[in-house]
Write a protein that binds this ligand. Structure first.
Ligand code: UFG
Length: 331
């Protein structure tokens, strides 16, 4: 039975990937320090090792205890805004931990590595939709930290024969359609859960960050991709690595939605208004980020199953309505 090490498997995207692996019968060891993730988010059936990636002794122990077919590395600091306030902290944590983890994997003979990378690599893109050949020019330390990790992995591929997949996520949203996992960040900064909580009356009105962008309705356009589709992209990338060399894929649904369209979708799905007001732009937000995922589709056969915005919002709504306190409800 294949066995995978999943760092950050107690987090939002990581826990959904763990479900996808367990659903097909794989064995999973989750390594998570639970500072951002939740114990209750680790699916039953996975083994949790509560440890920090900074603890290289523990990481080495994990590789000595189990033999892994691949590492899926989700654990990271991932807030663009926070990275603009603490650039060196972001760079040090994300780059050092990721590269040390890859080094430990290689030393243990595990030569498959899947990295959670980001659309933030592209900064203000030179063209839209964004394919893998677009200019890499991160406009914040978070995006730059992932660029550096991708480059480090490329050296490891060249020198040690590591095969890696760098998966550049666009806007992950939604939740497991069977209700087994969902999105629960603290603090929550993402549009979909904030709009849902505003509709549920659990938070104050949503502030729309700017309506003077060069888009049809003046608000920013993003590519919301269902987290379960994102999880499936990891399985597709793992299969690809078995027969081919390293790869880098942009992952989105390919459909752009504006902030106002997301609000409209939450209102349609829930039948409730989303109280909101217009505010100033948020620093660092590009006007439009939409993925061209043609390479992933063509090379792996991946196709999103929950592509529509309403399908994404419907699952996110169901989970948040059922879990008013997020994972705190589940102990
Ligand atoms: N937005 C609002 N009001 C809010 C929150 C968000 O108007 O209260 C807007 C933002 O300005 C943006 C859109 O909603 O236009 C989406 O914002 P999110 O914070 O949900 O997501 P981001 O696009 O900022 O960032 C996400 C991930 C990053 C990743 C980036 C890449 O969180 O890790 O996508 O596209 F780098």
């Amino acid at each position: 039975m294949p066995r995978y090490l999943v760092t950050g498997g107690a987090g939002f995207v990581g826990s959904h990937a763990v479900l996808a692996l367990l659903d097909r019968g794989d064995e999973v060891v989750v390594l998570d320090n639970l500072t951002q993730g939740h114990r209750a988010a680790v699916p039953a059936g996975a083994t949790l090792v509560e440890a920090d990636l900074a603890d290289s002794g523990r990481v080495a122990e994990v590789f000595a205890t189990w033999r892994f077919d691949a590492v899926l590395h989700f654990a990271a600091l991932s807030l663009v805004g926070a990275s603009m306030r603490e650039p060196l902290h972001y760079l040090a944590e994300n780059v050092a931990h990721s590269l040390r983890l890859a080094d430990a994997a290689i030393k243990a003979g595990c030569l498959r590595f899947v990295l959670s990378s980001t659309a933030a690599l592209f900064g203000d893109p030179d063209r839209v939709p964004i394919d893998e050949d677009c200019r890499i020019a991160p406009s914040n330390p978070y995006g730059d930290s992932k660029r550096m990790v991708e480059e480090g992995l490329a050296w490891a591929a060249r020198i040690h024969g590591l095969r890696y997949a760098a998966l550049r996520y666009f806007n992950a949203a939604g939740s497991d359609p069977a209700g087994r996992a969902g999105e629960d960040h603290d603090p929550e900064t993402h549009l979909v859960p904030l709009a849902i909580d505003a509709a549920l009356g659990r938070r104050p009105a949503l502030t729309v960050f700017g309506e003077d962008y060069p888009t049809p309705d003046g608000t920013c356009i993003r590519d919301y991709v269902h987290v379960t589709d994102l999880a499936q992209a990891h399985l597709a990338a793992l299969a690809r690595l078995e027969t081919h060399g390293s790869c880098r894929y942009n992952i989105g649904s390919g459909n752009g939605a504006s902030v106002k369209e997301v609000i409209g979708a939450v209102e349609r799905v829930s039948g409730r208004p989303v109280p909101h007001s217009m505010g100033p732009r948020r620093a660092g937000d590009p006007a439009i980020l939409v993925a061209a995922s043609d390479r992933l589709r063509a090379e792996t056969g991946w196709t999103p199953q929950h592509g529509s915005l309403d399908a994404i919002v419907r699952t996110a709504w169901a989970w948040r309505e059922a879990h008013p306190k997020g994972y705190a409800d589940r102990g």
